[in-house]
Design a binder for this molecule. Structure first.
Ligand code: C5P
Length: 417
């Protein structure tokens, strides 16, 4: 390598690129070229329909390898070939992913080489759905996508824009540069947190007023669940301690359901000593009713006064017993996010704080996107543009990998010494 030249980020990584039959198949050629330029050893598998859109020769030239598609092979070779491709892959990227291949993946169907490779896969899988808007929003496709998400398949897009059918809507394949970046991130992080234990909190706590009412907040849990999934994908053993959230627990994560701030505090305390990484993404209520009524409170015709008592600050308590752990906090603000965040970072003794102004459009509670800054104890900050919560979770994971001491000793090992 010439001095000053950086090593390609995917050097030596074996990537299988599955191309299915949509108009976006032509963009997969650009994606293949980007993956190849980053040093990946690329094998392309095309479905029969994909080969109608783009000549397999295109991918053969770009990848430097024969293209696997039905046109070139006898079906009986599949059984051997799919195992070899699936076993060797560090990552499988399906782009574009049609409704058809998404259905096959969700249901475990294997009618052709690509679906067979996917069924035999052991590596992470990244899929970039692309289809007509109606097909995308059809309940069947949506259910299949949630099955895949729950199994840990990373889905990128689809984006909104002009579609091949002439309409404008959701269904365009994400840009090849975005898919390539996601592939890089997945491979760069894979296994980097092996042997580490992570605790993640998520959701909004509920503080009971009586058996049927509570004080809550608008947190959906999306950010914390995405962080738990990203840490697990990087190899950490993750425990997700969740306040109520209408989301399926991510695959491969140990799940603990809690409700109130006090219950969450107990669950966190039990596991803190054995953890190397703690990410407090939960929106913990600062106050709870002093007493929860045993019976449903009846209307009295007059005023009802609730007395609230302050909840313990779980993060600040952990910060006091930090030792060598990496602690990440969140701060949702509605004004002066930066200044308030800096004060919290200090008070809670975190390694960095993810701050967002929940009043901005596209940021905060409920939505799939967020606009955040990372604040560090030395006063520096990293401002990120609007991105999906999953992408932010990937960046938080990268940051944790960067900050972890390199002694390769987990908290569990230190505890046993
Ligand atoms: O002070 P504030 O609630 O804005 O701090 C937010 C951060 O502190 C989040 O990481 C949240 O999970 C954590 N927190 C906590 N216990 C509380 C309140 C907040 O751990 N009682």
């Amino acid at each position: 390598m010439i001095a000053g030249e950086r090593e390609p980020l995917l050097a030596g990584k074996k990537i299988v690129l599955g191309v299915t039959g949509g108009i976006a198949a032509y963009k997969a050629a650009d994606l293949a070229s980007r993956l190849k330029k980053e040093g990946a050893e690329l094998r392309v598998v095309m479905t029969e329909a994909a080969a109608e859109f783009v000549q397999p020769l295109t991918f053969r030239v770009i990848s430097g390898n024969p293209v696997h598609s039905r046109q070139f092979e006898e079906p009986r070779v599949w059984s051997v070939e799919h195992v070899a491709l699936a076993e060797q892959a560090d990552l499988i990227v399906v782009a574009p992913a049609t409704a058809q291949i998404i259905a096959c993946m969700a249901l475990g169907l294997a009618p052709d080489l690509l679906s067979t490779v996917l069924l035999a896969a052991r590596s992470p899988i990244l899929a970039a759905p692309a289809m007509n808007t109606a097909m995308y929003f059809h309940p069947a496709t949506q259910e299949h996508l949630s099955i895949l998400r729950a199994r840990g398949v990373v889905l990128i897009g689809p984006d909104e824009g002009g579609l091949a059918c002439g309409a404008t809507g959701t269904g365009r394949m994400s840009e090849p540069a975005v898919i390539a970046a996601a592939a890089r991130r997945l491979l760069a992080l894979s296994g980097r947190l092996a042997g580490r234990r992570a605790l993640v909190t998520a959701g909004g706590t509920r503080e009971r007023i009586d058996p049927v009412r509570y004080i809550g907040n608008f947190s959906s849990g999306k950010m914390g669940y995405a962080v738990a999934a990203a840490l697990a994908a990087a190899g950490a053993a993750v425990t997700l301690i969740s306040a109520p959230a209408a989301l399926p627990p991510p695959a491969g994560v140990q799940f603990v359901q809690t409700e109130s701030a006090l219950a969450m505090r107990e669950a966190v305390r039990e596991r803190f000593a054995a953890s190397d990484i703690v990410v407090m993404a939960a929106a913990v209520a600062d106050y709870r009713p002093e007493t929860a009524a045993a019976e449903k409170i009846k209307k009295s015709g007059g005023e009802l006064v609730l007395t609230l008592t302050e909840n313990p600050d779980i993060l600040a308590e952990l910060g006091r017993r930090k030792q060598g752990k990496i602690i990440v906090g969140f701060a949702a603000e509605t004004e002066e996010a930066r200044a308030r965040g800096a004060e919290k970072l200090k008070r809670k003794n975190a390694d960095f704080l993810v701050v967002n102004d929940v009043a901005l459009p596209g940021a905060g509670f409920g939505v799939d996107t967020n606009i955040v800054s990372f604040l560090y104890p030395d006063g520096t900050a990293r401002d990120l543009p609007l991105m999906s919560k999953k992408e932010i979770a990937g960046l938080i994971t990268e940051e944790i990998v960067r900050l972890l001491p390199n002694d390769n000793k987990s908290a569990k090992e230190n505890e046993n010494e």
